[in-house]
Design a protein around this ligand. Structure first.
Ligand SMILES: *Cc1c(COP(=O)(O)O)cnc(C)c1O
Length: 491
């Protein structure tokens, strides 16, 4: 038997480059482009609409034949790289987006080179994720018996947390028998300002979105705790089976803070699972100045939060932290014979991460988290949280002092909702004008806030979760909004 040839004309040639020297040169040039892109983050327009040329370039037949590394790199730098979302820019204020860091480029590159699968087994990457889990547990004062998992974001973290909650709070084997026996009975609670990932989770869990009860908010947009109690009592009286309550350390619309301690009390009283949607709000609790306002977060049964928002880790990276490792594993473990662990060798390393969530194959997201936390430290990240809250408060003051602007909601954290106003204009006309102002700002590349509706009023919503933002950006934004508004009404 002869060994087959492995050269360029061999049918067995791998996908590795034929010329590593050439490949290295190209890779270094691409890395420089990546770093140039980050270094110039503050100099570009915030957002650049994708030109038709680039859109057309991205409509090609399926590449049956390879085009080669150099060609793909060229297409990438020409048609993709210049048209990023814009959240690396200091005046990206839309939704809740983190800004990323240059260090993340290193971490992503290394994770890619290692190409680890974190479903389980015994290899270096696993120990990095375990370290991240342990740090998160300590940051939120959770017990040693807690567990956690690095996931893509708060949406999936919420699904994992509430699936665990359901298994704990239902008195039959819900994993085997499903939710049918209790059809229409399981209900949970979140405020009217809760993120849509809650309703989605109820949908995905087969409980139905109606089973998530909407608790009204007070004038500060925080959950009305008396209304929560009343809702639970009504459901109990109707034979329903309440199992969880979700609280927010910061709501997505206005940054309102729920009274987490009070929610924890209610959960204790009624034996309900207390989940915290901490997507960005949990990170505020890392600031010593803000932590007292999030009191009660340490009493949660589970916390879902993002590294990719206020911790500035590159997309995507979130976390689910669960008070009881046992509860967490019980809700997800499903290891068949082909996933059995060995006492030693590569198949050791119990427990495996695939026992804590729905994914079996998992990438090395934990590396960029580990890298960022070690590189910058929690104190520095917390300082940036404080900076952003100060900037939002300053923006609120500028708005209140401005004759043409009006605050739409109190500024409690890092979000400021406001609008341009002019005398003699209807709510409808003002709504349209403020939406136009936001689209103009985005298209001009000056700033990228988003919009939200508070009551009947369309607001310009400025969220600051950005380590590059400065106070001067607030002055610039206010002038730009007022300028666009005045120009529109004077026409
Ligand atoms: C962003 C956000 C979510 C969803 O998180 P993803 O990481 O986008 O899945 C949930 N809740 C709040 C309050 C958020 O801001």
């Amino acid at each position: 038997m002869t060994c087959p040839a492995t050269g360029a004309d061999s049918p067995e040639r791998s996908l590795d480059p034929e010329d590593w020297t050439e490949f290295r040169k190209l890779s270094h040039a691409m890395l420089d482009q990546a770093l140039d892109h980050m270094e110039a983050a503050t100099e570009r327009p915030v957002w650049t609409p994708v030109p038709d040329e680039a859109k057309q370039a991205l409509v090609e037949p399926v590449p049956m034949e390879g085009q080669g590394t150099a060609q793909v790199c060229e297409d990438l730098t020409k048609h993709v790289l210049p048209y990023a979302t814009g959240n690396t820019h200091p005046r990206f204020f839309g939704w809740v987006h983190g800004a990323g860091t240059p260090g993340g480029v290193i971490a992503d590159t290394m994770a890619s080179a290692m190409n680890s699968n974190l479903g389980g087994r015994d290899h270096g990457a696993v120990y990095v994720e375990r370290q991240v889990v342990d740090w998160c547990r300590r940051l939120f004062d959770f017990p040693e018996t807690a567990s956690g998992l690095v996931v893509s974001g708060t949406s999936i973290a919420t699904l994992i947390a509430l699936t665990t909650a359901r298994y704990q709070k239902v008195d039959y084997d819900v994993r085997r028998r499903g939710v049918q026996p209790s059809e229409g009975k399981l209900v949970g609670y979140a405020s009217a300002e809760a993120h849509s990932c809650m309703a989605r989770t109820f949908d995905l869990m087969g409980l139905g979105m109606d089973a998530l009860r909407t608790v009204p908010v007070d004038e500060a947009y925080s959950m009305d705790i008396n209304a929560l109690r009343a809702a639970i009592e009504t459901d109990l009286a109707a034979g329903k089976m309440p199992f969880c309550v979700m609280g927010s350390p910061a709501t997505v619309n206005t940054g309102a803070i729920d009274d987490l301690d009070a929610i924890a009390d209610v959960c204790k009283e009624y034996d309900l699972w207390f989940h915290v949607d901490g997507a960005f709000g949990a990170v505020a609790a890392l600031s010593e100045n803000l932590r007292p306002r999030m009191k009660g977060i340490e009493r949660a049964d589970s916390i879902a939060f993002d590294f990719h928002k206020w911790m500035h880790v590159q997309y995507d990276a979130g976390f689910v932290l669960i008070r009881s490792e046992e509860a967490h594993r019980e809700a997800f473990t499903l290891r068949r014979e082909y996933l059995t662990a060995s006492p030693r060798g590569l198949a050791a390393g119990n427990p495996w991460f695939c026992e804590y969530g729905p994914e079996l194959s998992r990438g090395f997201r934990a590396l960029k988290v580990w890298f960022a936390l070690k590189e910058h430290g929690i104190k520095r990240i917390a300082e940036k949280v404080d900076d952003n809250c100060r900037q939002a408060a300053y923006l609120g003051e500028l708005v209140q002092a401005h004759p043409d602007l009006e605050l739409s909601a109190p500024v409690s954290l890092n979000i400021c909702c406001f609008r341009f106003v002019a005398p003699d204009m209807t709510t409808e006309a003002l709504n349209k004008l403020n939406s136009e102002i936001v689209m103009d700002l985005q298209e001009s590349g000056v700033a990228a806030p988003s919009t939200t509706k508070l009551g009947e009023v369309n607001s310009i919503r400025v969220n600051i979760t950005n380590h590059r933002t400065t106070t001067a950006d607030m002055d610039l934004l206010v002038n730009a909004v007022a300028g666009l508004g005045r120009k529109a009404v004077e026409v």
